[in-house]
Each structure stands twice: as structure tokens, then as C-alpha cells.
Design a protein around this ligand. Structure first.
Ligand SMILES: [Zn+2]
Length: 613
């Protein structure tokens, strides 16, 4: 009995011994390569995580744009894991010259990545993103020379050089000091050592667990959705997410090219009406339906559109929503004949523009966002579709080449460059609308109509500054109405039908201390402000006279629930276009229209959240 007990104790001791030995072996590279670990964390993300943590601590309220504590922890431990992997490589190699080579190589890679990111941040206020890789791949020798000439003596380049010097000195100094002082660990009391081992092991373990985000990113269908996951933004993770985005977009755009090419070559699309006609589609930006006088707002933000409504030329639709609050997702679903509520993907369906063109129409696309935030990821995903050189040939007859600070100028530019009389034209405008920040969306000398004093609201959270912001949002809305009046003027004497809608809504301190859009939790109010959209159809007197039947159908449809991305079906109907891609049950002005379930963000039923209480 005694023997057996002794044996158990011995086994237990041996087992305990083993656990600590294994932990020691696991964490050993961290101590061996401590200077490297320290510098890696410093260069790759310590300051990012630190700054985000400070934001989190000093945030006066819960904002979805600030990462949660668990997200910050995940980011930090993933970095520690990455650093650790390098340290393991440096430690396990026994061959001295090889060991030295690997160590130098890892240092060089980490330092290069750090400096590249530092440089583009300083010079372009950008992070590593898919566009950087596209530019890199497309850059020619001459452009590289230009680039070097332009930036070699910039302050960004000089401070990058300074960073190179600082970190190189730091590497040599710390490595040197560490090689002399390594034995302090041996002097540490054993219980303290155990605590340190256990903590480090736990950090590494949670690092391994947190890498599951990379798997989620790998399996994502839409590149725009990656940022909704709030992924780590250190340079290594940014390279990874950029490459995944590029890969998905390349595949998707390839599919889109294929289907549009096929449809353009073989689809039997034709027009049944002979009159010359203009269908104008104006795509607004970030328009909050509830800031429009047309939908009962208490300020006169739409005098021109309201006048057109009174005169019976403008029809206001009351229940239209967008299936996403991201411009690039909305634009792709809008341009393509897929039905997002049935979870159909944009790249599996042709664009309605291709079908109009195939049916003999001129298709014009005047896009005032063409050069907007050109280097951002969302522009990359959208523009790699809209302006793919092969697709451009199929989709459009002509596009704009210049963009303008204010939207009215793009209407003038269109009028000056094209005479559209006497043909069948599909004309699309894409405006900057009320995109953040709204104060930059209208000329202040002529459209600074509303001020903080005009905002008659009693919410306790509203400061004077917020009221100023709301007033500017309303000024931008008023300016948008002026842009629309220019369109009405341009087309009033022709056979024209015009659709205006926004890609999605927005928030301007409407019910909480928040402006812009967010991608956090959905609620009834979030849906009301960010997903409900204004949607109107305007008909010139000529159009009304020539097409009484269509006008009557429009009149009957104004209260039907609708999701924006199905608008192509109504356009086929209005244009008298016969195509196999037309779906009558999705055509808002068809007597056979039916709206089953409206799905937003690919998964949520709109009605369930919007009318929850
Ligand atoms: Zn947008």
C-alpha cells in the first residue's frame, strides 16, 4: 500500500516536472530572442493596439467603430504569436551560420514591412491595402522613376529613413546588451518563473485560438465584409487580407466578364418601342430619407422636388430600402440582375447595362465618385468591377473622364459633352450626394442656408457642434435638390423618365450620438436611418403624354415594399426591353409584382428588425 502511494507521488512529481519542463521549452525562444520579440511587437503593432486601447478607455460611449476589449486582446496575442514563430525559427536552428542568416533575414523582412507601411502612412495617409498591390503590379519602369523623383525628398521619405536608422541602432544595441545579460532569468525564484511561463503560455495559446479570424477571412465571399470582422490591422495581417481580397475580386470580376461577354454576344434582347426616349437613373449617396421634405422632414430641404411632386410630375415611393449600407455592395447588386433577397450573387448575373446596350440603347455613365477615395479598399472592390477595361467596353457607350468637387458640375459637364437628342438613351449619374463629411458637399457661399439655430430638436445629447453638423447635412440635401432641378431643366422638353434614389441612408445624430454609417448591431432605428432610402420617379410632360399606361402603373406602385437592387426589372419594363433576365414578379410597376421577404446584409429579414417593437 505504502509502496503504491510512493509510486503515485513519484509519478505525480515526474508529471509535474514534465509539465513545467514542457512549458519551459515552449517559452524558451521568447527569452532567448527577447530583443527581437520586443522590437517585432514595437514595429508591427504595439502602438496601434495601444492607441486603440486608449480610444477605448477614453470613449465616452460605446461606438461600434472602436474595437472591443476582446478584439484588442485578440489582435495583441496574434502579434505575440507571430513574433514567437520567428523566435522559434531563430532558436531551433543549431547550425551557426544558418542561424545567423535566418535571424538577419527575419529582421530585414520585419523592418522592411514596417518601413513600407510607415512610408505610405506618412505620404498617403493609407494603410497596406489591395490597391497598393494593384498599383505595384501595374506600375511601369517610367512610373517608378517618376514616383522616386516625386517622393525621394519628401518629409515622409526622410522620416522613414530616420526610422530605419533608429530601429537598426535599436536592433544592434538590444541584441548586444541581451547577449551579456541573459543569465538574470536563472537567478529568478522558481515560483516567479512558473508564473511567467504560465502567462506566456496562455498568451501563446490564445494567440493560436485567435488565428481563427484568418480562416474566416479566407472563406469570406465579399471582400467588403472583411472589415466588418474588425480584423487585426498589423502589416502582416493587412498583407494577408489584401491578398485574399484581391483573390476574391479577381475571381468575381472574371465571372462577371464571362457572363456579360456571353450575354452581349448571344442574348436575344430587343426593344419593342420605337420612340426616342431617355431613361435617366440618378444614384444619390448617403441620403437620409427622413431629412427629406418629401418624406415629412420639418425643414424645406427639397423645394424643387416638392414643386415637381405638386405639379404631378414626380412620384414619391414610400417603402423602398437598400439591402446594404455599403456603397460598393449596393452598386454591384444594383448594376447586376441578381436578386439579393434570394441570396443571388452579382457576378452570376449580367448587368442590365449590357442588356440595354445589346438591345440597341446608348448607355452613358457619369460617375462623380470615379476618383473618390481612389486608394481605399471599398473603391478598389467597386472600381475593379465598374472600370474593368474589358467590362467597360461592354457596359458603357461612354463614361466621364473628369470628376468635380460639387455634383452640379457633373451635370453641366454631361450637357456639354453629349447631345442625346433623338435616340434611345440610358443615362446614369452617380453623385457624391451627402457623403461624409456633408459640409464638403455644397458650395458654402450659395447653399449655407441652414445653421445650428434651424435645428429644432430637444435631445439632451445634442451639442451646438452636432447641430451645426445636422444643419450642414440639410444644406447638402438642399444642394442635392438643386442638382435634381438641373436635371429636370435639362430633360423637361424631351421624352424622359428619371429615377432618383440613394444607395443607402446615413445617420446625422438622428437618435443617438453618432453620425455616418456603422456596421455594428442592427436595430429598428439603425434600419430606419441607414437602410430606408428616398426613391422617386420623375416624368417629363412629354413622357406623361406618350406613356399614360406606364405612368398609371407607377402611380399605383408608390406604396409597395421594394428592395433597391431589383430596379433593373422595372427599367426593362419602362424601356420595353425583352430579355430572358426580366422577372415580372420583381418588377415594382408590374401588376404581378410580389415582395416576399426583404433581406438585408445577405441574412437579416428587414421587417423583423425594423418593426420589432
Ligand atoms: Zn454610399
Amino acid at each position: 500500500m505504502k509502496n503504491s502511494n510512493q509510486y503515485t507521488t513519484m509519478v505525480n512529481n515526474k508529471y509535474k516536472l514534465k509539465v513545467w519542463d514542457i512549458l519551459k521549452i515552449i517559452v524558451k525562444p521568447i527569452f532567448e530572442q527577447f530583443p527581437y520579440i520586443f522590437l517585432f511587437l514595437n514595429m508591427m503593432g504595439f502602438w496601434t493596439v495601444y492607441n486603440l486601447a486608449v480610444d477605448r478607455l477614453t470613449a465616452t460611449e460605446m461606438l461600434s467603430t472602436i474595437p472591443s476589449w476582446s478584439n484588442l486582446y485578440a489582435r495583441a496575442v496574434v502579434l505575440i504569436l507571430f513574433a514567437y514563430i520567428g523566435a522559434v525559427l531563430m532558436t531551433v536552428i543549431r547550425n551557426k551560420p544558418l542561424k545567423r542568416f535566418v535571424k538577419i533575414l527575419i529582421y530585414v523582412l520585419v523592418l522592411a514591412l514596417f518601413l513600407i507601411r510607415y512610408f505610405i502612412r506618412r505620404n498617403f495617409d493609407l494603410d497596406i491595402n489591395p490597391t497598393c498591390f494593384v498599383l505595384l503590379a501595374e506600375t511601369t519602369g517610367a512610373e517608378t522613376a517618376d514616383f522616386i523623383n516625386q517622393y525621394v525628398f519628401s518629409t515622409g521619405a526622410l522620416s522613414t529613413l530616420l526610422m530605419l536608422v533608429v530601429y537598426t541602432v535599436a536592433i544592434f544595441t538590444l541584441e548586444h546588451l541581451w547577449s551579456k545579460k541573459k543569465d538574470w532569468l536563472k537567478k529568478m525564484p522558481s515560483c516567479a518563473k512558473k508564473i511567467v511561463y504560465a502567462i506566456l503560455f496562455f498568451l501563446l495559446l490564445s494567440g493560436v485560438y485567435s488565428t481563427k479570424i484568418y480562416w474566416t477571412i479566407y472563406n469570406i465571399q465579399i471582400p467588403d465584409n472583411i472589415r466588418l470582422l474588425n480584423p487585426p490591422a498589423d502589416p502582416i495581417s493587412s498583407v494577408y487580407t489584401s491578398l485574399v481580397s484581391l483573390h476574391i475580386m479577381k475571381d468575381n470580376v472574371q465571372d462577371a466578364i464571362e457572363i456579360n461577354k456571353n450575354v452581349y454576344a448571344s442574348e436575344n434582347a430587343y426593344t419593342i418601342q420605337d420612340d426616342s426616349v431617355n431613361i435617366v437613373v440618378v444614384i444619390g449617396e448617403s441620403y437620409i430619407k427622413w431629412h427629406s421634405q418629401l418624406y415629412g422632414y420639418n425643414l424645406n430641404t427639397t423645394p424643387n422636388m416638392s414643386a415637381e411632386e405638386r405639379d404631378g410630375r414626380l412620384f414619391v415611393f414610400n417603402d423602398v430600402i437598400s439591402s446594404s449600407n455599403s456603397t460598393s455592395i449596393v452598386m454591384r447588386d444594383l448594376f447586376c440582375c441578381n436578386n439579393s433577397s434570394a441570396r443571388e450573387q452579382w457576378y452570376d448575373y449580367p448587368s442590365f447595362l449590357t442588356i440595354f446596350k445589346k438591345a440597341g440603347w446608348n448607355v452613358y455613365f457619369w460617375d462623380n465618385q470615379r476618383s473618390y477615395a481612389k486608394l481605399a479598399t471599398f473603391s478598389f472592390t467597386l472600381n475593379s468591377f465598374l472600370y474593368n477595361p474589358e467590362l467597360e467596353q461592354i457596359l458603357y457607350s461612354k463614361t466621364n473622364s473628369t470628376t468635380f468637387k460639387y455634383d452640379a458640375d457633373i451635370v453641366d459637364a454631361f450637357n456639354e459633352s453629349l447631345d442625346v437628342a433623338g435616340r434611345k438613351n440610358l443615362i446614369l449619374f452617380h453623385l457624391l450626394g451627402q457623403h461624409v463629411a456633408p459640409s464638403g458637399r455644397f458650395p458654402h457661399d450659395t447653399f449655407k442656408h441652414f445653421t445650428a439655430d434651424s435645428i429644432d430638436r430637444k435631445d439632451a445629447f445634442l451639442t451646438e457642434e452636432m447641430k451645426e453638423y445636422i444643419a450642414d447635412y440639410d444644406n447638402a440635401t438642399l444642394y442635392n435638390d438643386y442638382v435634381m432641378s438641373k436635371m429636370f431643366d435639362k430633360f423637361k422638353d424631351s421624352n424622359t423618365i428619371l429615377l432618383y434614389f440613394s444607395d443607402h441612408g446615413e445617420e446625422a445624430y438622428d437618435f443617438r450620438k453618432h453620425c455616418g454609417r456603422d456596421h455594428g448591431k442592427l436595430s429598428s432605428m439603425v434600419l430606419k436611418y441607414q437602410y430606408d432610402i428616398p426613391f422617386v420617379i420623375w416624368c417629363s410632360e412629354t413622357y406623361k403624354k406618350n406613356n399614360p399606361e406606364i405612368v398609371e402603373r407607377i402611380r399605383q406602385a408608390v406604396n409597395r415594399p421594394f428592395v433597391l437592387d431589383n430596379v433593373c426589372n422595372m427599367l426593362f419594363n419602362i424601356g420595353g426591353i425583352k430579355t430572358s433576365y426580366y422577372r415580372e414578379n420583381l418588377d415594382l410597376i408590374s401588376p404581378n409584382y410580389e415582395c416576399k421577404e426583404r433581406i438585408i446584409k445577405g441574412e437579416y429579414v428587414y421587417e423583423k428588425i425594423r418593426y420589432a417593437d
